[in-house]
Write a protein that binds this ligand. Structure first.
Ligand code: KQY
Length: 364
């Protein structure tokens, strides 16, 4: 039986490690809902299988799946991917999953945040989200890992840490009244410090243009290693992303982290705009309460939304002239890891990308 602890990770000597630190495995959820994934989620299934396959070359992958999809998923996934039946509302494990924290004595625990589907009843992306909100508790049961319950509405994609005391996030998301309207910036910082053991929070104003998560940082900027970050970039002054990237670049290059270091900021030029086609829209069920997809919508496509595995980096590709330069840059930034690209249009059509559908379990 797992325990729900009354204290906090910081008080108990636990911290959230950086994604680049050693992993015990990766968690994902099988895509299914037909009002988010076109054509009965069949094209998305293929992309999820490719992501799971790529990650499983480097570390264990566990895929959660509804009872309805268990047999289909089993038949489509490679045998090394462990499959576990768990109810869910959609497949964004980064955001609905737990945040694992570790200590120096080989301990591991997890933090269970509140989840409101990126904005609750008024501005959220779907309803209901009750099964997604239960996933961290179920992961605690499956793994036998003890749990902290944090009464803060927060998704994993809205934070990145260096594991050495610094966290990067965006005001657009974490200070959005559709998450924690009763909490001040200081109170939110207090939660992050107590539950993740960080001392310094770098606030970027906005996330990527048109990101339906209200600007998750994991699409805009991420850690390569302590003191080194990658930033989604464009040189096109006419693109609304231009100003956002410029403002983030200025802030990041002027910031110091918890250790007093200046950050090294590497630009990853974004792909050309990914625009939803009429045919792609037609394949999506239209349901009240779910954010509609329309022909001409621009999706928030960025190479920064990659997943760092043990020995590998899994990068979203868009069949775009900027794919290869992004791969080359990441090979340079991760000389000790193999950089693997996965064509990810079907994932971005759902509203996120490879980082958003994965959650690492660190090795304590
Ligand atoms: O982390 C994400 N990017 C989740 C996006 C949810 C989109 C639902 N349509």
């Amino acid at each position: 039986m797992t325990i729900t602890l009354k204290s906090t990770p910081a008080a108990d000597g636990y911290r959230m490690p950086g994604e680049f630190e050693p992993h015990d495995g990766c968690w994902m959820i099988w895509p299914e809902r037909t009002d988010n994934w076109r054509m009965g989620a069949k094209p998305a299934e293929k992309a999820f299988v490719q992501v799971a396959e790529a990650i499983s070359r480097f570390e264990k992958v566990t895929m959660l799946v509804s009872g309805r999809q268990f047999v289909n998923a089993r038949n489509k996934l490679p045998s090394q991917v462990r499959l576990i039946e768990v109810s869910n509302n959609d497949s964004w494990m980064r955001d609905v999953g737990p945040t694992f924290v570790i200590n120096d004595q080989g301990g591991i625990r997890l933090v269970d945040w509140d989840f409101n589907a990126w904005g609750g009843l008024e501005e959220g992306l779907y309803f209901p989200w009750d099964q997604d909100d239960l996933i961290p508790r179920k992961v605690a049961e499956i793994t036998g890992v003890d749990r902290y319950k944090a009464s803060l509405v927060m998704e994993g994609g809205s934070i990145h840490v260096d594991g050495e005391g610094t966290l990067i996030t965006t005001e657009e998301c974490l200070l959005n009244p559709n998450r924690n309207p009763k909490l001040s910036r200081q109170q939110i910082e207090g939660f992050l410090k107590n539950y993740l053991s960080v001392e310094k929070i770098i606030w970027l104003p906005r996330g990527c243009y048109n990101d339906e998560t209200d600007g998750h940082v994991d699409n805009l900027c991420c850690y390569i290693r302590p003191g080194v970050v990658a930033l989604n970039w464009t040189d096109d002054q006419e693109d609304p992303q231009y100003e956002i990237s410029q403002e983030a670049y200025k802030l990041l290059t002027e910031a110091t982290d918890a250790k007093g270091r200046k950050l090294e900021v590497h630009k990853l030029h974004q792909p050309n705009p990914v625009i939803v086609t009429a045919e792609e829209c037609e394949g999506i069920d239209q349901v009240e309460g779910t954010i509609p997809r329309q022909e001409g919508d621009r999706m928030a496509a960025s190479y920064v939304n990659f997943y760092i595995a043990d020995g590998g980096v899994i990068v979203p590709l868009f069949n775009d002239p900027n794919d290869q330069p992004a791969m080359n840059k990441l090979k340079e930034l991760f000389p000790e890891r193999e950089v693997v690209g996965v064509y990810a249009r079907e994932i971005i059509l759902g509203g996120g990308n490879i980082h958003c559908i994965t959650q690492q379990q660190p090795k304590p």
